[in-house]
Design a protein around this ligand. Structure first.
Ligand SMILES: [Zn+2]
Length: 702
């Protein structure tokens, strides 16, 4: 194994276009914080770098929707998310923004270096262009009718109703979201990153980590590698983002694609952090030092960006360099998803609990503990209010909180607020807790990214401590044998101290409160010294006889009452009902078919192209148009229910498709000699199907 002397942790940059929710916290930010805090306790040199991803199309769409600038949008969500993280105790060393000048410089530096090496490829493609807005339209700026489910408001990248991934070119009646007009196709040139050029190197890189990376991370990466890596566009036609640093006119109006720009944020923010420390070159000790371990915490939807694309960018930079080479990630602990009350979190459907909202109602540590115990390491897990209530009341309040309070209160009432006895190492190891083994297990759990085990080990110490206190019955024993009770209390206070260290990564605020109740000034964070492990203190009793504790105790955790979570449960019920309704609607649109007919039955239907030669409205039948159709040498009269959607003038001259062998039907004292084909959009508008090209009327449709 490689010996590392430093660690650099990065967390996926949350998109500054909305608030972060509990799913994000569970998958990325909390596990990273647990890891970082644990390693700091061990006295290791580690920094945690994060920040906001502030470029990309959804941000400009939000800005246009709200009539504000993209900068306003990212200012709002950057501040909101950063505040929520701080309130939740996520201990970033630096939390940057991709709109910073320094980041623009870094990203442009990378682009220029790789461009000068001739690695990028240029390709032209046809894209929708909005002439009124004088802009190319990215996928999300095009809307139209979904070819699969007829949803009239499908996006250019995906139909929200049926979930189908689309390209804007597949939409029926594409419209620009900017002007509502019909966009036209225009040629545009873009820079592409040839991922395939690094195929072999990336295969080797992934193979090297087959043993130490999580199975899902290896699998996702392998799937991509097997398909063969393709060129990926790294520029877009957009006004918001990092300008493509090329002097010639061909870069006009183009910015770097977010996937290329955002991952480089990790580097920019480390540089900004170093500058803030007054040691502007110090970032190199983390990025360009083979003794530094790079770890990316991400969700499973981001795996290939961190195991293939970002490494490929760094490989391109490193190519031909003797010094100033960047490290590739040593590990990418990607989480599975944490669901919420049995369903996926969904920002777009507002099915979520947002971090900021949550922390207005409940303390951060209760959330941190609950989520650590539900960490989605190898499979999706679930956050439920019931589980949250049970863990807070049963484990945090009744087990941990109760033990600490009893220990402090009893020492204050019976032993003048002093540790009344000098515990020996033998007594310490006779408590039923094997300290060396516990520490080893804690280390394996944290270093292996097994955060549920880590939190469980901490709570196991609390359970053992609570049991010890209860069995020892100091409140009875003190009346008969004061020395024995003194020993119990000294051991209990030492257990309180051990818990404040062992549980610190999971519930840091609570541990600082325990620390204060034990009579210490300052915070646990301030005791951390490079090369000195606070965890080693657990191997022997840490409090001396005579040590003064705080004369007052406090309740560490208030119980969560039914009435506290009832409104939350009611809210979910509403959200679930909405989701079910929406899904049922989508299902129906997609799935409901008429009974099966035989192929022979189908062949009986004679479909023909027909030309509308005359059209008129029908008196007292506001829905009907009377059409005269030329079908080859025959004229047919058809009454069609399309008057609300087409005027007679619009119909004249159109080529349509008719069922030519339908039995005559009399409608409103008139006769209809066929039927024309039309489709209904989800808003009820009918579209007559028009065969393209110069159709010859009368021709049979195969
Ligand atoms: Zn659809």
């Amino acid at each position: 194994m490689h010996q590392f002397t430093k660690t650099l942790v990065t967390t996926a940059l949350p998109y500054a276009n909305g608030p972060v929710h509990l799913g994000h916290l569970a998958g990325v930010y909390l596990p990273a914080d647990l890891y970082v805090r644990y390693k700091r306790l061990k006295g290791e040199d580690i920094i945690h770098i994060g920040g906001s991803d502030e470029h990309g199309v959804p941000i400009t769409i939000t800005a246009e929707k709200e009539g504000i600038s993209p900068q306003d949008v990212v200012d709002r969500y950057h501040r909101m998310n950063h505040e929520s993280f701080l309130k939740c105790g996520i201990s970033f060393d630096y939390y940057g923004r991709t709109t910073s000048e320094a980041h623009h410089k870094t990203a442009q530096e990378f682009f220029t270096d790789i461009e000068q090496k001739g690695i990028f490829i240029r390709k032209s493609d046809k894209l929708f262009f909005d002439r009124k807005a004088d802009r190319f339209l990215s996928d999300r700026y095009v809307t139209g009718t979904c070819p699969i489910c007829n949803n009239a408001e499908a996006n250019g990248d995906q139909c929200e109703q049926c979930g189908t991934h689309l390209s804007p070119l597949e939409l029926i009646n594409p419209k620009s979201k900017l002007s509502d007009g019909t966009p036209e196709l225009r040629e545009t040139m873009h820079w592409y990153f040839p991922l395939g050029r690094f195929q072999e190197k990336l295969e080797n890189y992934v193979s090297q980590h087959e043993e130490d990376w999580r199975q899902n991370v290896v699998n996702y990466s392998r799937t991509w590698l097997k398909q063969g890596l393709k060129d990926r566009a790294i520029t877009r036609d957009l006004g918001w983002g990092i300008k493509v640093p090329v002097e010639s006119g061909e870069a006009a109006g183009k910015v770097l694609y977010v996937w290329f720009d955002a991952v480089l944020g990790y580097i920019s923010f480390t540089r900004e952090w170093a500058a803030e420390q007054g040691q502007s070159e110090r970032w190199k000790e983390y990025w360009q030092n083979p003794q530094c371990r790079l770890v990316h915490f991400i969700g499973k939807d981001n795996v290939v960006f961190h195991t293939l694309m970002f490494p490929a960018i760094l490989m391109a930079w490193n190519e031909g360099r003797q010094s100033g080479c960047y490290n590739l990630a040593d590990n990418v602990p990607a989480s599975e998803f944490m669901n919420f009350e049995g369903r996926k979190f969904s920002k777009s459907r507002n099915y979520a609990v947002y971090l900021g909202e949550f922390l207005e109602k409940f303390p951060a540590d209760t959330l941190r503990y609950s989520i650590a115990m539900n960490y989605p390491e190898n499979k999706d897990t679930d956050f439920s209010w019931q589980d949250f209530q049970n863990r807070t009341n049963g484990e945090l309040a009744d087990t941990l909180g109760n033990f600490i309070k009893r220990s402090v209160d009893f020492t204050n009432s019976r032993f003048e607020g002093e540790v009344p006895y000098a515990c020996t190492p033998e007594e310490w190891s006779a408590l039923g807790i094997n300290w060396p083994e516990t520490l080893e297990q804690l280390d394996l759990a944290y270093e292996g990214f097994h955060f549920r085990e880590a939190a469980t080990l901490g709570m196991d110490i609390a359970r053992a401590a609570n049991r010890f206190f209860t069995i020892s019955e100091p409140w009875k024993v003190v009346k008969l044998d004061r020395e024995a009770a003194a020993k119990t209390m000294a051991l209990s206070l030492n257990l309180c101290h051990a818990l404040s260290v062992a549980l610190f990564p999971v519930i840091p605020e609570t541990c600082n409160r325990i620390h204060a109740m034990l009579g210490f000034d300052g915070r646990i964070e301030e005791l951390v010294r490079p090369g000195k492990s606070l965890l080693a203190e657990l191997l022997s009793p840490g409090l001396n006889k005579g040590h003064k504790i705080c004369p007052k105790s406090e309740i560490l955790f208030s119980k969560i009452e039914e009435s506290d979570i009832a409104p939350e449960l009611a809210k979910i019920e509403g959200l679930l009902a909405e989701a079910v309704k929406r899904e049922a609607g989508a299902e129906q649109n997609r799935m409901e078919f008429k009974p099966v007919i035989s192929f022979d039955d189908f062949l009986k239907v004679d479909l023909r192209v027909a030309k509308v030669i005359a059209a008129e409205t029908v008196k007292k039948a506001t829905k009907l148009l009377k059409l005269q159709l030329q079908v080859g040498s025959v004229t047919k009269q058809v009454l069609a229910g399309i008057a609300k959607h087409y005027t007679p003038e619009e119909m004249i001259g159109k080529n349509v498709i008719i069922v030519a062998n339908l039995a005559d039907r009399s409608i409103r004292d008139d006769v209809s000699e066929g039927m024309i084909l039309a489709v209904e959009g989800s808003d009820g508008k009918l579209f007559v199907i028009e065969p393209e090209g110069n159709e010859i009327n009368g021709r049979q449709i195969q």
